[in-house]
Design a protein around this ligand. Structure first.
Ligand SMILES: [Zn+2]
Length: 92
């Protein structure tokens, strides 16, 4: 009885060991695709990083540098101009 259980255990372990490499390959995250905002090409190369640690990339087709997923926390002048206008429209 014990031998039978050990055999099953060994069979399971060997199965897991055999299975692991392929599973690791499947779990490996595929490299994210960066799209050039100017021409839409995916042929981008690493080009250092910005001051806030964001990976900076350069596109090979039009050699246009861009930041992947840029965090734009500052309000643009256009938006700043729009806020008083919207407030005035609400009041009036
Ligand atoms: Zn481009």
């Amino acid at each position: 009885m014990m031998n039978f259980l050990i055999n099953i255990f060994l069979w399971l372990v060997s199965g897991l060991l055999k299975y692991q490499p392929s599973r690791e390959q499947n779990l490996r995250p595929s490299s994210p695709v960066y799209t050039c905002p100017s021409c839409g090409s995916h042929h981008t190369i690493k080009n250092g990083s910005t001051h806030n640690g964001k990976p900076k990339r350069q596109e090979q087709e039009c050699s246009q540098p861009f930041v992947s997923n840029p965090t734009n926390k500052t309000i643009s002048p256009d938006t700043k101009q729009l806020i008083p206008q919207l407030l005035l429209e609400r009041i009036s």
